[in-house]
Design a binder for this molecule. Structure first.
Ligand code: NAD
Length: 494
């Protein structure tokens, strides 16, 4: 049970000016800084270093040295396992402090951040700690005169670039499997969500992770991020963020050392509600949270609601009742269901999408406005736009905000057509009591994840990743470990 007094004490603590975490120590780097603006009230919390390309190169060198001398890469699996378990324990110990710090930085409602950020990060480190001595190479079924061994070798230096919506959770999805396989990591957080990841680096050293194995370099994507992606000494780059940046990373790889690039990009995920859903009231409630939690700043958000025509009006009314009852406000107040939008730029973008949708003929059914302006923070009402046509901007572009696009359909064939009429393919859902229809929809939907009679909530045992322009790599599950190894064949004549 979270305690409001404890949260209030933590939020009152000043945040020192931040440094870079390189080779196990804090360093000021270039000396240039970026302000950290809290979306809760628009105040400047502290500063982070705006790392230069030279700062990034130093971190990559530290990671390379750590990798080459084997302090981690050749540590016995049992040793690596112990350290990652210890890190999970420490994250659990620090869970509230880490979550409050993260929320002050990025605005996610604490009720969610506590589970999805610190809780999930601890679980992720534990999961991959456990996997270290359970996932290993193979002996191939060759002729008896030879022996074919398939070794799994760490790739070397892994660069990770992450977004601001769930920095600790998404960071852990990349750092934990990369470290479990024996790699060194250089991580570049988003400009507007660095604090919890910087703290994680310090906790990793406390857990016993050798110096240089995990480095955090903050700063601008166009400078620090670009330097990481263009480096000739980074072997794999694992990214979560927007499509346009993902495209650039592929170019950077082509212009440098052809490093492998794994992309987890955006979505416009269809949430398909059939009239035969087992419990329409429950479907309306969960669909509301499926789009509005974390102010819609969730990659898998069910941002395109496709509703069967004969239940459309009643369903939208029920959904709007839930959405309208959500308490939007200070994310560190436990009474808030929904927190702040991450930045003023993001908020303005959300409002522009609403205006554009109206221009294109959609109906503003609920919300659509900035609220709580007097707090100085960035808050927006849950917004429902009905009558959105498949070609409209709101049906095609990712908002990454609390804006739901609603379109009606008549039958299953039309539902499939609309669901797949997208450049994206990250997630989606189908609500139906008909088992055969559920399985048909699972097969027909061109997305990396299909929820049935729920939205969201997957744990670490299953992969998360998209198809089409939602990306090419999977985080989570044992499959994610394969991104951070090279397979080496040994062919031995007996
Ligand atoms: P973004 O692409 O703007 O930024 C992501 C990261 O890339 C940041 O750290 C940024 O500094 C860095 N970056 C920016 N320009 C760069 C460059 N030229 N070179 C190298 N790095 C650069 O995305 P965002 O606004 O932080 O996050 C929102 C996006 O992330 C949305 O599209 C969302 O759908 C996506 N996302 C996807 C998933 C998933 O698992 N598929 C999860 C969460 C968020």
């Amino acid at each position: 049970m979270l305690d409001q007094n404890q949260i209030n004490e933590l939020r009152a603590q000043p945040v020192a000016a931040q440094k870079l975490f390189v080779d196990g120590a804090w360093t000021a780097g270039s000396g240039e800084t970026l302000p950290v603006v809290s979306p809760i009230d628009g105040s400047v919390l502290t500063t982070v270093v705006s790392a230069s390309a030279e700062d990034m190169d130093l971190a990559i060198k530290a990671a390379r040295n750590a990798f080459d001398d084997g302090r981690w890469s050749r540590m016995a699996p049992a040793g690596r396992k112990k350290i990652l378990h210890r890190l999970a324990d420490i994250i659990e110990r620090e869970a509230l402090a880490l979550s409050v710090l993260g929320v002050r930085d990025n605005g996610t409602e604490l009720n969610m951040a506590f589970k999805a950020e610190a809780g999930s990060a601890a679980a992720t480190f534990r999961y991959y700690a456990e996997a270290i001595d359970k996932v290993y190479g193979e002996v191939a079924p060759t002729a008896s005169t030879v022996l074919g061994l398939i070794h799994r070798e760490p790739v070397g230096v892994v660069g990770a670039i992450v977004p601001w919506n769930f920095p600790l959770m998404i960071g852990a999805w990349k750092i934990a499997p990369a470290l479990a396989e024996g790699n060194s990591v250089v991580l570049k957080p988003a400009e507007t969500a660095s604090l919890s990841l910087l703290r994680l680096a310090e906790l990793a050293v406390e857990a016993g992770l050798p110096d240089g194995v995990f480095n955090v370099v903050t700063g601008k994507g166009s400078v620090a991020g670009e330097a990481l992606a263009l480096s000739m000494d980074v072997d794999v780059l694992t990214f979560t963020g927007s499509g346009p940046v993902g495209r650039r990373l592929l170019e950077y790889s082509a212009r440098s050392n052809l490093k492998k690039i794994y992309l987890e990009l955006g979505g416009k995920s269809p949430n398909v509600v059939f009239a035969d859903a087992p419990d329409l009231a429950q479907a309306a409630k969960i669909s509301a949270m499926g789009i509005f939690r974390n102010s819609g700043q969730v990659c898998v958000a069910g941002s395109r609601l496709l509703v069967q025509e004969n239940i459309h009006d009643d369903f939208i009314a029920a959904l709007a009742r839930h959405a309208g009852a959500l308490n939007v406000g200070d994310p560190l107040d436990l009474a808030s269901d929904i927190g702040a939008v991450n930045s003023l730029t993001q908020l303005q973008g959300n409002l522009d999408f609403v205006a554009k949708a109206q221009e294109e003929g959609a109906h503003r059914y609920l919300g659509g406005e900035r609220i709580l302006t007097d707090t100085g923070g960035y808050y927006m009402e849950p917004t429902i736009m009905t009558g959105v046509r498949p070609g409209d901007t709101l049906a095609r572009r990712e908002v990454f905000g609390p804006v739901l696009a609603v379109t009606a359909f008549t039958d299953e064939a039309e539902a499939v057509r609309l669901a797949n009429d997208s450049d994206f393919g990250l997630a989606g859902a189908v609500w139906t009591a008909d088992l055969s229809r559920a399985h048909r929809m699972i097969r027909a939907m061109k997305t990396g994840v299909v929820h049935v009679n729920t939205y969201g909530g997957a744990d670490g045992t299953v992969p998360l990743g998209g198809v089409r322009q939602s990306g090419n790599g999977h985080d989570k599950s044992l499959h994610a470990m394969n991104k951070y190894v090279d397979l080496k064949t040994a062919w031995i004549q007996l």
